[in-house]
Design a binder for this molecule. Sequence first.
Ligand code: THG
Length: 270
Amino acid sequence: MLVIGEKLNSTRKKVREMIENKDVKSIQDLAIKQVEGGADILDVNSSAAAGDKEENMKWLVKTVQKVVDIPLCIDSPNAEEIERGLEVHDWSKGKALINSITGEKEKLNRLLPTIKKYKCAVIALAMDERGIPDNSKTRVEIADRLIKILAGIGVALRDIFIDPLVVPIGTNDNNGLVTMDTIRRIREAYPEVRIVTGLSNISFGLPERKLINQVFMILTMGCGMDAAIIDPTDKRMMAIVKAAMALLGEDNFCGEYIRAYRKGKLTLEK
Ligand code: THG
């Protein structure tokens, strides 16, 4: 299970202000905290901050990688920003992941040569020009098409991350089920492809969001999800991930679980 730290996202007001003020220390503190919590990759998004968007992304990538030794997930709706992020990413710290492409032709065609050039890993969302399908069948069809396109330009299946998409259960009772069904179907058709979600969308508008997120993590891991964009400083969430991995046969002799216990990381305080 790959944990992608979500906190360096400019849709959060605090982070937007840190980027606008070029507040190096606060950004680096937030990066270090997430790595200490157990993040394997950090998501970075600067798109909502005012100023030169492409310069903001370059600044954010460089500022974060000065203090952490892990790769970044370069998150932007804008292809140019993603390209600037890739240009300055430190490849000695691992393979960059781009977030994201969809079935929409324009961004897809723009980014395919970039993906080929950098040999980066890619998140592909199960949506297209028509928006987010309300059913798993159409999401799986789009994912299938995107996997074939990416594999066709030489991207290894392990570097393809399909996002089945998470829509709040507050807007439709079946939204959790549609995501889980999409995960199961993609996992069955493509054992090697990775499946990632921005999990916390599920709880939007509900009280005790962390509780919903933690339970959804367990359910989606059980369906075959193997990466998630989450808050790695949420101790209970990280303990749940360790326990679920052991229960799903992904932890040799429960080694990681026991190691986490010895480091005091399984305490279930909020
Ligand atoms: N799929 C992919 N990428 C994504 C998402 C996805 N990137 C963005 C998002 N969804 C995942 N990232 C976050 C980042 C922060 C928060 C949630 C998801 C977050 N939200 C609090 C809230 O909305 O209440 C704000 C808390 C705060 O400001 O501190 O923290 O689905 N591929």
